[in-house]
Write a protein that binds this ligand. Structure first.
Ligand SMILES: NC(=O)c1ccc[n+]([C@@H]2O[C@H](COP(=O)([O-])OP(=O)(O)OC[C@H]3O[C@@H](n4cnc5c(N)ncnc54)[C@H](O)[C@@H]3O)[C@@H](O)[C@H]2O)c1
Length: 452
């Protein structure tokens, strides 16, 4: 019988594939946040022993003691994952034991509104010296097209003392690199995470194949694309599409306000069209780690190509203006009742950037509170997900959650986040004035409601 001798390159591929198949592959996930931790749990459900890397010692300790710091993830889920071998660590030396490493660290904007890739570069610099042949490295953090090729790969190649090279089309190297965007919609319970198709773009076909094999163990469908840049831009296109359409309805809302038309009624009617229309809803401004930030990753990159992304800039302008618009609407409603904003007691309902989640990154509520305070209002807040709010990158509030009672004491109650567990009928009945920025009071007719 003839012996088939596989090249070292083919050997590495088939070894990783068979380890994925029999669940013996060691998978490291760097960044145990809103993206990385749920991903770790998905792999654990498939009996993979996951190592979660994080520089936040408190998160590492909480996870290793079987606890959770994300409201929608129960400690029992962490404990279940521990039974499959899940452990958290801050020790990067363990990277060399991994067969695949997935990077899920933050990609914010800096103070000049430009991409801040420092979390990615620090992570990659920590991985590089521990690289070993045959490993697959996947970046999931949202970023501009070109990051994987222009930032991640050079750092990996430069930073490993053994001189390992990435496998490229036509030149077999020592390790594989791909980009695969995270598409989670926090709080959305209508689509199971495993049913969200996973887009994958490897540096060359083997990397794409291996990354598809990796994600194919937890997602029902993988969608290979031709390059990391195509995968990077796919994520940005999705978020820019949302950002631009939300800006459109936010602008419409302001026009409808003047024209005395209920935009929510109009959207519900337009939604009945069976093709060509997708409903987006206006609100008090954009929030979250994605929609207010990601589009600017592309506009920044576009400048290198002498290109202005005007849709993104215009959408940004409209969306950034929304907290100012709702505060102005509250001031006008108070004025109507012969009250100045200065000195009024205002209760802000909801801090989270969207309903039923415990995430306040970039939340418009924070801007609304600051604007109200600047105008002299005494501001209080209620949000079941945040007993206190301290200091963040763009705010310094130091406030404590106020109980949802004696609502008559407030001159104005502003609904900024429409959490499901609020009783809106009761809120309207007990309040002097309700300014509703989310149409949370739909179906309730009362003279003290102002929808804006
Ligand atoms: N949150 C979402 O819904 C969402 C959706 C799609 C894409 N994304 C993208 O995914 C990425 C991660 O977002 P997230 O919401 O999970 O962020 P997060 O802030 O919740 O979590 C990031 C984690 O990375 C850790 N970290 C930072 N630097 C590190 C380092 N050098 N080594 C190890 N750990 C490090 C942090 O301590 C934190 O626990 C971002 O690029 C984001 O744009 C997020």
């Amino acid at each position: 019988m003839e012996n088939t001798v596989l090249s070292p390159h083919a050997n590495m591929q088939s070894e990783l594939k068979s380890k994925l198949q029999d669940r013996s592959a060691h998978i490291g996930i760097v960044g145990m946040g809103y993206v990385g931790l749920p991903l770790a749990l998905l792999f654990s459900e498939q009996r993979f022993a996951i190592t979660g890397f994080d520089i936040d010692e408190q998160k590492v300790a909480t996870l290793n003691s079987g606890g959770s710091y994300i409201v929608r993830i129960l400690p029992a889920e962490i404990q279940g994952a521990q039974q499959s071998g899940f452990r958290a660590t801050g020790d990067y030396s363990r990277i060399s034991q991994m067969d695949a490493v997935i990077i899920c660290v933050p990609t914010p904007l800096d103070e000049y509104h430009e991409p801040d890739l420092s979390y990615i570069t620090k992570t990659v610099e920590a991985i590089a010296p521990r690289l070993r042949p045959g490993q697959l490295i996947v970046l999931e953090s949202t970023t501009y097209p070109g990051t994987t090729e222009e930032v991640v790969i050079p750092l990996l190649e430069k930073g490993n003392p053994a001189g390992l090279k990435v496998t490229r089309a036509g030149s077999a190297g020592d390790f594989y690199v791909a980009f695969s965007p995270e598409r989670e919609d926090p709080g959305n319970t209508t689509v199971a995470r495993c049913d969200i198709p996973k887009v994958v773009g490897g540096v060359e076909t083997t990397a794409t194949e291996l990354a598809c094999a990796l994600y194919g163990t937890i997602f029902n469908r993988t969608v290979p694309v031709s390059s990391p840049a195509a995968a990077e831009l796919t994520k940005l296109l999705e978020n820019i599409y949302r950002c631009v359409n939300i800006a459109l309805v936010n602008e419409m809302k302001q026009l409808c306000h003047r024209m005395g038309i209920d935009l929510f009624e109009v959207i519900e009617a337009a939604k009945t069209k069976p093709f060509g229309f997708q409903a987006f809803y206006p609100g008090p401004g954009l929030g979250g780690h994605c929609i207010p930030i990601d589009p600017f990753y592309l506009s920044w990159k576009a400048k290198q190509f002498d290109f202005r992304t005007r849709f993104i800039e215009l959408a940004g302008e409209v969306n950034i203006g929304m907290p100012y618009y709702v505060v102005e609407a509250a001031a006008a409603a108070l004025n109507q009742r012969r009250k100045p904003m200065n000195g009024s007691k205002v209760l802000v309902l909801g801090l989270a950037y969207k309903k039923d989640i415990d995430d306040l990154r970039e939340s418009p509520s924070l801007t609304v509170i600051e604007l109200l305070q600047k105008r002299g209002a005494q501001v209080f807040y209620n949000d079941p997900y945040f007993p206190t709010v301290g200091r963040g990158r763009h705010y310094n509030l130091n406030m404590t959650c106020t109980p949802l009672d004696h609502l008559e004491q407030y001159d104005c109650v502003m609904i900024i986040t429409d959490h499901s567990n609020y009783d809106y009928r009761q809120i309207v009945d007990e309040s002097q004035l309700v300014v509703d920025t989310r149409n949370a009071t739909r179906g309730i007719t009362a003279p003290n409601i102002v929808r804006c």
